[in-house]
Design a protein around this ligand. Structure first.
Ligand SMILES: Cc1ncc(COP(=O)(O)O)c(C=O)c1O
Length: 385
């Protein structure tokens, strides 16, 4: 909000907002701990701007809840966390070139290591012992030193001065049956690696982790001392519903709403060029809200997508850079200033984030919306700093 503008005036000038429940995140963290069922350290994963919810606000909240660290792959988000006073370790899953590590140190970020070139540069530029986490690729095929090479790699890294391997981690993610069976074997292989590192190579690890949301929600056996959940903290399910036996999690993303800034009565024969409806056959009344492509919103890929206005379903007519136009046929009384719901409840009707994900044709809806360009109301803040 600009300086000197009251909250009320700001809402009138910028009538679009989301409600994000910090209380839901508090409860979800508790539920994760219950599911794991043993004491573990938690590195809370807040990739993709905390899955779209706002890295700084969410990171600060999680720090207040006592997590042991935060992790992201985004250098900018990590810097913003530090600049906003976050003190706990921030692991950068990856975001830099080897020669970029010196800048990570400036912000006291914990680098991930998976190549010796980075280790060499780090060892040279560090003026004190730097904690690092070695990233192991356990079959995801994305990033990290391959599991079969990990022991040798870690032995080499430990030869460098100024580097302390305090963590070793991998990421095991799946969404369906086949992935689950495969992931169980991969987790077992990683746990075996950690056992060898600790028992045979004498490495004492403060953070050894492989479990994130999919392995936790499916109850994989895990003996490692740390977990790194993301999705579950925000009430998001990363796996197909049939793989889940219990779902105690709550959506942190409660609603995405806006107010009508304009309505138009179109007559038969009028053109709606923007939505490609030329010479309308019937009269049509439309309304405009301030939500557009710049917020990661887009034209639905399926038919029948709607927003709610006055508790009624209003189909989406067009989405452009900063505006969405809806058809007000079902809400003839709707006027400038009335509330429009994209996600959330309005009277007897509600639209879930999953429904929006379906009509936008994307899986991870939150991350695909860019809430950095939408005012966010953080609610249920049950933790006071
Ligand atoms: C290395 C690593 N650990 C943990 C996570 C968190 O995964 P999830 O959000 O499924 O819990 C991610 C997310 O991509 C990741 O890359």
């Amino acid at each position: 909000m600009p300086d000197g503008v009251s909250a009320e005036d700001y809402r009138l000038a910028r009538p679009v907002w989301t409600d994000i429940s910090l209380g839901a995140i508090t409860e979800n963290l508790e539920e994760v701990r219950k599911l794991v069922g043993r004491p573990v350290k938690v590195i809370a994963t807040i990739k993709a701007d905390a899955y779209g919810l706002g890295a700084v606000a969410i990171g600060r909240h999680l720090e207040g809840l006592g997590v042991n660290g935060l992790a992201t792959a985004n250098f900018d988000d990590a810097v913003a966390l530090r600049e906003n006073g976050v003190k706990i370790p921030i692991v950068l899953f990856a975001s830099n070139l080897p020669s970029g590590v010196k800048t990570l140190l400036r912000y006291d970020l914990t680098p991930s290591l998976y190549d010796l070139q980075t280790a060499k540069i780090l060892s040279t530029v560090a003026t004190r012992t730097v904690n690092v986490h070695v990233k192991v690729d356990d079959g995801l095929g994305r990033l990290g030193v391959k599991l079969v090479d990990a022991r040798r790699f870690i032995q080499s890294v430990r030869q460098f001065p100024n580097i302390n391997v305090e963590g070793v981690y991998t990421h095991i993610a799946f969404s369906n049956d086949a992935g689950e069976a495969w992931s169980r074997r991969r987790l077992a292989a990683f746990v075996e690696l950690i056992g060898k590192l600790e028992q045979e190579d004498g490495l004492k690890l403060d953070f050894a982790q492989a479990s994130a949301s999919s392995t936790i929600i499916c109850g994989f056996p895990d003996t490692l001392n740390t977990i790194a959940p993301g999705h579950l903290l925000f009430g998001l399910c990363p796996v197909q519903k049939q793989l889940v036996r219990t779902w105690p999690f709550k959506h942190a993303f409660k609603s995405l709403k806006a107010r009508l800034i304009h309505t138009v009565q179109h007559n038969p024969g009028d053109d709606l060029a923007i939505s490609g409806q030329y010479a309308l056959r019937n009269a049509m009344r439309t309304g405009v809200i301030l939500l557009g492509l710049d917020n990661g919103f887009r034209m639905p890929v399926t038919s029948g997508a709607y927003a709610l206005c006055g508790g009624k379903r209003c189909s989406i007519v067009s989405v452009t850079a900063e505006y969405t136009v809806i058809d007000l046929a079902a809400a003839p009384e709707a006027d400038v200033g009335d509330e429009v719901t994209i996600v959330g409840r309005d009277g007897a009707e509600a639209i879930s984030l999953d429904q929006v994900g379906e009509y936008l044709g994307v899986g991870a809806t939150i991350a695909s919306l860019d809430l950095r360009r939408i005012p966010v109301h953080y609610t249920d803040n049950d933790f006071s700093r």
